[in-house]
Ligand binder design. Structure first.
Ligand code: HEC
Ligand code: HEC
Ligand code: HEC
Ligand code: HEC
Ligand code: HEC
Ligand code: HEC
Ligand code: HEC
Ligand code: HEC
Length: 503
């Protein structure tokens, strides 16, 4: 990008900015003088151009005829106002892997985080250090077998993929998580991998992620980025229904009834100062408070990662992905979120909310998540076919943690009682007692009558674990073995309740 920099005189912010932790001590080190200077420069904002470049004027002259809507969107944008034209974003060097010769100029179709970083260094750095930018690393995960094999086949053949891809993965997983964009000879992009604005897209220039996952082109408005629907492209559905949870929560209700009073297009958008009627996803996870700047690392305000079979602390999952957040303990992140809530609630309210939420996470982990994980591990050698998703038990276990278990935890984390209970713990219990455990019993039955000594031994081990789990305090009711004292206590409470409220 040196040529561009020289020709229009950008200020490039070198070096690495301090971690996006604003409350509590910095776990790495005190910000150095360099980092402070960077922060100040970043806070001063990106730099516009004195006038539209001659290259951009050429693009515009033609594209305002060729693609009128695109031109209008750009023309109404802040970028237009700052003379940031087509060329400033789409420019490429001849030797860039995705360079495209286009009417006397070298451009690239993809505008990667590295391209935006020329003017938005701070945002890009935070984003690149976040889980969002790593979202395409799932391409090797267990769910991926679902998209590629179980649900799909390899019949979608393109120039770049003579062996084909699964249309289910291309149109599904990849559109949220990101594809590995493949460049064809001449600079065109392979149709299996483009169009794609998945949030962790693997770009030809080696960067991960796409800013256009949240910042729709060519308007790039913050107004749209702050709206909950923006996150709702991906954060919805059976395994992570954050959008639905938000909609049923008091926060969502307050937002939708006050959307015109939310001041969403205000350049400065500080909760409690520029709006106060409701928080959006961005308010809690991204936007400014009077104590915290905007963060593009959406992990900096959450204290649990509820995606794995058992909830873990975010620094644990960050370490696995080699993210800078590995050095940021959950207590600091919780304090960051706490600072958001404090603008509208008092301390006791927030403390008690976290006690309720933590209790639900612990309930799930201890009663279902942990035991189910152990039992499934022991059941694996007893399956008819030793392949994931070819047996009932695989699906029961998968849905228990990946769908139902996540819904319950996510519901509690964002004040959605229906997702916590009816879509959550209710389904977990139904699955565990009515599908998972009966299936384990079938596998034990078959295994114990097998001629294979290994299977007989595996059946014994599974039986022993199942007995231990079902006879534990959490599950003995299911065997009709509830502690008589507790039974009596429950009976008396029910009678007292009847006496007090009638019926
Ligand atoms: C003389 C007309 C003309 C000029 C000048 C021009 N373009 Fe285009 N551009 C087109 C047309 C026509 C297409 C559509 C090609 C198609 O549909 O595949 C296009 C397509 C594109 C694409 C998409 C390419 C793809 O294959 O998906 C990008 C990005 C683009 N132009 C950017 C630019 C930029 C940036 C400039 C200025 C440096 C520019 N264009 C200058 C006419 C022009
Ligand atoms: C602020 C940066 C920015 C500016 C300014 C900009 N673009 Fe883009 N453009 C993008 C991004 C981002 C994408 C989507 C590619 C991606 O996801 O990486 C894109 C995609 C495109 C595409 C292909 C996708 C489509 O929807 O067909 C065309 C064509 C295009 N731009 C043309 C233009 C033209 C013409 C201009 C000037 C009028 C322009 N761009 C100005 C960032 C920019
Ligand atoms: C050549 C420099 C430059 C590049 C490259 C650039 N921007 Fe910008 N961007 C600016 C400037 C300057 C502003 C501030 C305009 C203002 O505040 O009036 C801005 C503002 C923004 C805003 C705030 C808009 C609002 O409504 O307040 C967003 C979001 C944004 N850019 C996203 C992007 C993304 C995403 C990319 C890459 C696809 C990108 N920009 C590439 C210079 C750039
Ligand atoms: C509608 C968009 C969408 C689709 C389609 C989608 N995902 Fe996801 N996926 C997400 C979101 C959002 C999360 C994060 C959820 C959260 O934070 O609670 C996620 C999380 C994951 C995770 C866990 C990552 C971690 O850090 O623990 C894996 C693995 C995964 N998805 C794989 C897949 C695969 C494979 C497919 C296709 C078979 C797929 N997803 C389809 C949006 C999607
Ligand atoms: C997960 C969604 C998401 C992604 C991905 C994302 N942003 Fe943002 N961005 C936001 C939100 C939300 C705001 C509005 C924050 C506010 O003003 O309250 C924002 C604001 C901005 C702003 C203007 C506000 C400011 O002064 O910081 C810029 C510039 C920006 N983003 C650039 C980028 C760039 C560059 C990338 C890619 C490296 C990117 N964003 C990726 C959600 C996102
Ligand atoms: C294009 C899809 C997409 C959009 C849009 C999107 N996300 Fe995500 N988000 C994901 C995926 C996928 C993950 C899981 C990434 C992983 O860990 O592999 C994720 C993870 C997260 C996490 C967990 C981060 C962590 O550190 O564990 C939070 C919080 C989050 N997103 C919030 C948001 C918010 C708020 C918005 C809107 C401003 C948003 N997301 C927009 C796809 C998306
Ligand atoms: C009132 C503030 C608030 C709002 C509004 C809000 N969230 Fe959250 N969000 C939270 C809290 C609190 C947690 C749990 C944090 C923790 O674990 O400590 C959370 C957790 C998350 C997670 C992490 C899930 C995981 O896998 O562990 C994601 C993703 C997320 N929110 C996305 C969203 C999206 C998308 C929206 C809007 C549709 C949204 N949030 C609205 C406060 C909020
Ligand atoms: C912009 C203001 C605002 C912010 C920020 C905010 N809330 Fe709220 N919250 C509200 C409003 C308004 C209500 C609805 C109050 C009512 O029903 O009387 C509410 C209700 C609640 C409720 C009650 C839910 C119910 O169903 O009764 C809880 C719990 C809660 N908030 C927790 C939090 C937590 C935790 C945070 C920070 C992660 C937070 N809030 C951030 C405005 C906010």
């Amino acid at each position: 990008m040196k040529r561009l920099v020289a020709s229009i005189g950008f200020v490039i912010l070198a070096g690495s900015a301090a971690l996006a932790v604003v409350l509590g001590p910095s776990p790495t080190s005190a910000p150095s003088a360099v980092a402070t200077a960077i922060t100040e420069a970043a806070l001063a904002g990106p730099f516009g151009l004195a006038e539209m470049s001659k290259e951009s004027i050429e693009c515009i002259d033609c594209h305002k005829k060729e693609s009128r809507g695109l031109y209008q969107m750009w023309g109404a944008s802040k970028h237009y106002g700052a003379n940031v034209g087509c060329y400033e974003c789409h420019v490429a060097e001849r030797d860039d892997s995705d360079a495209l010769e286009h009417y006397d100029e070298t451009i690239s179709i993809i505008v990667s985080p590295k391209d935006c970083a020329r003017c938005h260094e701070k945002e890009a750095e935070e984003f690149l250090g976040s889980h969002h930018s790593k979202a395409a690393r799932i391409l090797g995960s267990l769910d991926n077998v679902l998209g590629e094999v179980v649900e799909g086949n390899k019949a979608f053949v393109t120039d770049g993929f003579p062996d084909g891809n699964s249309a289910a993965a291309v149109n599904g997983c990849w559109q949220c998580h990101g594809s590995q964009v493949k460049v064809l000879p001449g600079g065109q992009l392979d149709p299996a991998t483009w169009p794609n604005t998945g949030i962790g897209r693997l770009n030809p220039d080696g960067t991960e992620g796409s800013c256009s996952a949240c910042h729709s082109r060519h308007a790039f408005t913050v107004e749209q980025a702050r709206h909950p629907d923006n996150c709702g492209k991906c954060h919805l559905g059976p395994d992570h229904p954050q959008k639905e949870i938000y909609e049923e929560s008091k926060h969502g209700i307050a937002f939708f009834s006050n959307v015109d009073r939310m001041n969403l297009d205000s350049p400065k958008w500080v909760v409690g100062e520029d709006y106060w009627l409701a928080p959006t996803c961005a308010t809690c996870h991204v936007s400014e408070t009077k104590n915290q700047p905007i963060t593009h690392d959406i992990g900096m305000r959450i204290s649990w990662n509820n995606r794995p079979p058992l909830s873990v602390r975010p620094e644990v999952s960050d370490a696995k992905m080699n993210l800078p957040g590995a050095n940021v303990p959950w207590q600091i992140r919780r304090q960051n979120m706490y600072d958001v809530c404090l603008n509208c609630h008092n301390e006791t309210w927030i403390d008690n909310f976290y006690l309720q939420y933590d209790a639900l996470v612990t309930l799930y982990n201890d009663k279902f998540g942990g035991p189910a994980k152990d039992l499934y591990g022991l059941a694996k050698p007893l399956r008819d076919v030793p392949v994931n998703f070819a047996n009932h038990i695989d699906w029961y276990y998968w849905e228990l943690w990946h769908h139902e278990g996540r819904r319950a935890r996510h519901g509690a984390s964002m004040m959605g009682p229906d997702y916590t209970h009816w879509h959550g713990t209710y389904h977990i219990a139904e699955n565990f007692y009515m599908k998972f455990v009966p299936e384990l019993r079938d596998l034990i039955e078959k295994g114990s009558h097998s001629s294979d000594a290994d299977k007989v031994a595996a059946a014994e081990a599974l039986q022993a674990k199942l007995d231990e789990v079902l006879n534990s305090e959490n599950h003995r009711w299911y065997l009709g073995k509830m502690d008589p004292e507790e039974q009596a206590r429950r009976k008396k409470a029910a009678e007292d309740f009847k006496a007090r409220y009638g019926h």
